[in-house]
Design a protein around this ligand. Structure first.
Ligand code: BG6
Length: 224
């Protein structure tokens, strides 16, 4: 398939940085040690997609916590995650180059993440890459997170690009599903999931380990 997108939309966690193990660890502690959920490691990994409030609703049922309690738990989870992950914080191989090349090719770029702004700021500011992104859609900007298409549709709208002309970078099955629901093609980073876990989706252009895969550069217009 030969596709030159007008816009690139990046999921954040597991897609720009290889940090999903640290999210699972922080969730495991909060859900089990603090809230007594008794979930296995694998159950935590399956349940922890979407907004933090959605994760808590899914596991404990809607209405178990007040809005204030959810907010407190959400920030506490991210505080623990940030503390553990900070020494490892770096972009996935080849991404720094790709962002720069895409910018020089005038491709619009956005972030579409289920993370709260606290975490998005943590990544963008510590890695000094905020200037690449014309739009940022976080957990706080949507009613329903992935697999609902709202995150990616909002990002496309903010960039002023039709969904069909956007390519989404994702690492999670629910994220690829969200892109599919938004009518967008996706490239899958195999940081946290195996290819088999994506078998039901038909919007995947390629599976890549990192941004040094030659397919990634082919997404940008050929330089003359
Ligand atoms: O949408 P992204 O960028 O992959 O972020 C998803 C993750 O964001 C984290 O903040 C949530 O706590 C995780 O549960 C979730 O999986």
């Amino acid at each position: 398939m030969n596709i030159t997108p007008q816009a690139l939309i990046f999921d954040l966690n597991g897609t720009m940085i290889d940090d999903m193990h640290f999210h699972a660890k922080a969730w495991f502690q909060i859900l089990n040690n603090d809230l007594g959920a008794a979930l296995t490691w694998d159950e935590v990994k399956v349940q922890m997609y979407g907004k933090n409030s959605e994760v808590l609703d899914r596991i404990f049922g809607k209405g178990k916590f007040t809005v204030e309690q959810v907010q407190k738990l959400s920030v506490e989870k991210e505080r623990r995650y940030q503390q553990e992950y900070f020494p490892h914080l770096q972009l996935i191989a080849g991404l720094a180059n790709f962002l720069e090349n895409a910018r020089q090719a005038n491709i619009k770029m956005a972030i579409g993440s289920a993370a709260i702004p606290f975490n998005i700021d943590f990544v963008l500011d510590n890695l000094n890459i905020r200037h690449y992104f014309e739009a940022i859609v976080s957990a706080d900007d949507v009613t329903d997170s992935k697999p609902d298409p709202e995150t990616f549709l909002k990002a496309a709208q903010l960039l002023g690009v039709e969904p069909a002309n956007c390519v989404v970078f994702e690492d999670a099955p629910k994220g690829v599903e969200a892109a599919q629901n938004a009518g967008m093609a996706s490239v899958v980073l195999t940081t946290a999931h195996t290819q088999e876990e994506f078998s039901q989706y038909f919007n995947i252009l390629r599976f890549v380990q990192d941004y040094n895969n030659p397919f990634i550069a082919e997404l940008l217009p050929v330089r003359v």
